[in-house]
Design a protein around this ligand. Sequence first.
Ligand code: FAD
Length: 412
Amino acid sequence: MVPTSALPSSTTCAVVGCGPAGAILGFLLARAGIDVVVLEKHGDFLRDFRGDTVHPSTLELMDELGLADEFLKLPHSRVSRVQLQTTAGETLRLSLERLPTKFRFIAFMPQWDFLEFITRRASSFPTFVLLRGAEVTRLIERDGVIRGVVFRRDGLEHELQARITVGADGRTAVTRADAALPLIETSPPIDVLWFRVSRRPDEAEAVAGRIGPGRLMVMLNRNEYWQVAFVIARGQADAIRARGLDEFRREVVAVAPELAERVQEIRTWDDVKLLVVRVDRLQRWYRRGYLAIGDAAHAMSPIGGVGINVAIQDAVVAANALWLPLSQGEVGEDVLAGVQQRRQRQVRLIQSFQTFVQERFLKRTLESRRTPSIPWLMRVLLSTPILRDIPPRLIALGFNRPHIESPARDRR
Ligand SMILES: Cc1cc2nc3c(=O)[nH]c(=O)nc-3n(C[C@H](O)[C@H](O)[C@H](O)COP(=O)(O)OP(=O)(O)OC[C@H]3O[C@@H](n4cnc5c(N)ncnc54)[C@H](O)[C@@H]3O)c2cc1C
């Protein structure tokens, strides 16, 4: 932990937020020899479940950095096939086994382990500083240009001047609000209730999707337990809570009878976390001296578990674009515009796919009182040989995938 007496007052790049986007950007810039300070409001990475799907696109990037082998030594589980099953016995399968990549699986790894791994490696570069417990409260603006941030640590306010400030502070970003960039919002028809129940060693499936009349649930294998996403209609969380925990447990068992005894492990509503699903994107990701990336630029729906991976790809593109101008002086608006241009088509395409699934499948399933059937369009898409690899490819690899172009300088 950097002591208050040693807090930096200026740097080349200030990165606000040490989630996947901020951690990777900090790592890549420091690796290229750029002074970077990453400010994280929390004291550690151990928070509530935040999503932990590391896709082949991210594993390929780790491989380019020479870190994949070490990274995959961390405890994780692997998923190559995903199966959704209706209560009527109909199944829908998605396979990553034919994808054109070295890593034909999704690695499920707690986000805190991922962040700890990256920041520890970043700390081996002399130009990397991570300030934990540093909450950014506003941007510093002079003559229409963002010149750094004001942050609070241990009850005291400090200023950090920077040539460029990157907002990687997530979907409720303070920086993007302060930068007053226009936001395009959508209203997804779903929210998600997350909880966990224990998993038996003989339960083989890695991801278990369950669909019943008016209900939809996905269970993610986390070795000792299932992390369960119970999908609900938008804004229904209070009504579900009002019906009581016993009724909620019954709803869970209706789609996953094998959990009949284990639902008692949900003891209070504190064990059930609400994710209010947001799908939005900035119309413009930048202004002079400031760039937003990751969820701060575009919150993604949980469908496909792409959020972390898209955020990391943003960070790679930002590092590719920023390292050289930062090593030479100011960063022009054209450089920042280039980052948005390079990333926005993929973000729009994935959000459109997610909206399609939400509206055409999830919403209809939640509204139906009959035993649902898999929509014919999805069945055709996932069973026709020349089409079936398109959705998994889009989810697992994205398209126009960035590669690491920023150089590697000396370690400490
Ligand atoms: C319950 C849940 C489940 C999810 N499931 C998945 C999944 O399975 N797969 C997937 O890919 N994605 C999932 N996501 C989404 C995924 O977590 C995000 O898309 C991803 O973490 C975005 O990365 P980011 O770095 O842009 O932002 P974040 O991960 O949100 O990181 C932002 C960071 O900024 C910090 N911060 C915020 N404000 C400030 C401030 N003012 N000053 C300093 N620091 C600040 C925060 O503490 C945080 O560490 C899930 C999200 C949630 C909430």
